[in-house]
Write a protein that binds this ligand. Structure first.
Ligand code: UFG
Length: 346
């Protein structure tokens, strides 16, 4: 396979970024990663190199950036498109420290778009989130639903979607795909790459994982009185490798089609899974019994959120391949091989 275009990936050392970089390299793209390593480690990219082998590793370069302000002219001059993952994503932290979120996510992205425009690199895939549906009145969530934000983190994603739409309206040379992720979980099937959050995890899957490896004593299940079959809340969990493949097809579309404008796609499986179903699936995959504590609902949580996947299927030809058993299998492989993430035991 010949080498394809060069893609600049912000946040490429992070959880979704690193898995996507593997798939991009395997597809023959050249990749420049820009990351400030605020919530990621360079070891993830070393693992990416091991996974793709020495030859494809020549197509990967890494640049450390600080707050997206110092940007490497060369990277942008050479890049054909940008996949913009970089950003902060903890809902609770965004409520406590909104300015950090506005500065990092909003100002950081605006600076990025200015540099992209300056170097005439106007093709963008942006990491949006199901958070832009707020607490949806109806499910499944369809891309043309009214958008709402429930917290400062969600507002940054919503504003950045609006900014992207305005940017593209004003200058039709921009081609922008907004990918709305549902709940990304799982890990690379090799067990070499996975999610490695700093501090106590906020999200369900990393929390479950840390209970299973003995780093945390028990899982708090937030809410057991929801109007759902088992009383726990329902989400659309998607395997990170499906998500990574979703970026590759979105990028191909962006590079090939003129006049796509600014368009949003859900990346989810279209299936809802409750917290207790996810716990049971992880217990099956790991062979471990997870101690749980039934707790009150977490403020701001929706009862049930899952994606309509029709648009991505029709227009991108993309559909998630994996179910929760594969997600838990790969998550457990990563966790059992790397109980302390990319670090060794402190
Ligand atoms: N949960 C627990 N115990 C935990 C952690 C989570 O029971 O320790 C529950 C939550 O209450 C929720 C479900 O597991 O019912 C999923 O929670 P996550 O925090 O894993 O995911 P969310 O659906 O709340 O959040 C995700 C993304 C956010 C995004 C949000 C909005 O992580 O970035 O979806 O759709 F904003």
């Amino acid at each position: 396979m010949g080498t394809k275009e060069r893609i600049l990936v912000t946040g490429g050392a992070g959880f979704i970024g690193s898995h996507t970089v593997v798939q991009l390299l395997k597809e023959g793209f050249k990749v420049s990663v820009l990351d400030n390593l605020d919530n990621a480690v360079e070891e993830a990219l070393d693992r990416v190199r091991q996974l793709v082998g020495p030859q494809l590793s020549n197509n990967l370069d890494f640049h450390l950036i600080l707050g997206m302000r110092t940007i490497w002219r060369n990277c942008f001059l050479r890049a054909n498109a940008v996949i913009h993952f970089a950003g902060l994503k903890a809902v609770g932290e965004s409520v406590a420290n909104p300015m950090r979120y506005f500065d990092n996510n909003l100002v950081g992205s605006i600076n990025l778009y200015k540099v992209m425009a300056k170097y005439n690199c106007k093709k963008l895939v942006f990491s949006s989130s199901a958070t832009v549906y707020g607490q949806p009145d109806k499910i499944p969530c369809v891309e043309d639903f009214e958008l709402k934000a429930m917290n400062p983190y969600g507002r940054t994603k919503l504003f950045l979607e609006e900014i992207a739409r305005d940017l593209q309206k004003a200058d039709q040379k921009w081609r922008i795909i907004l990918l709305r992720y549902f709940n990304p979980v799982g890990a690379h099937e090799s067990g070499m790459l996975g999610e490695d959050p700093k501090g106590i995890p906020n999200n369900l899957m990393p929390y479950i994982t840390q209970v299973a490896v003995g780093r945390l004593p028990e899982l708090n299940v937030y809410g057991h009185d929801y109007p759902t079959p088992d009383g726990s809340a329902i989400r659309d969990y998607i395997h990170v490798m499906d998500l990574a493949d979703g970026h590759v097809v979105a990028l191909e579309k962006l590079l090939q089609s003129n006049g796509i404008g600014c368009v949003a796609y859900n990346l989810g499986t279209g299936r809802g899974t409750s917290v207790l179903e996810m716990v049971a699936a992880f217990e099956r995959a790991s062979g471990k019994k997870l101690p749980i504590k039934l707790c009150p609902r977490r403020p701001g949580d929706a009862t049930a959120v899952y994606a309509s996947t029709d648009k991505a299927e029709k227009e991108l030809g993309w559909k998630a391949k994996y179910g929760i058993d594969e997600m838990c299998r790969d998550q457990w492989k990563w966790a059992s091989q790397n109980p302390w993430g990319y670090k060794s035991k402190p």
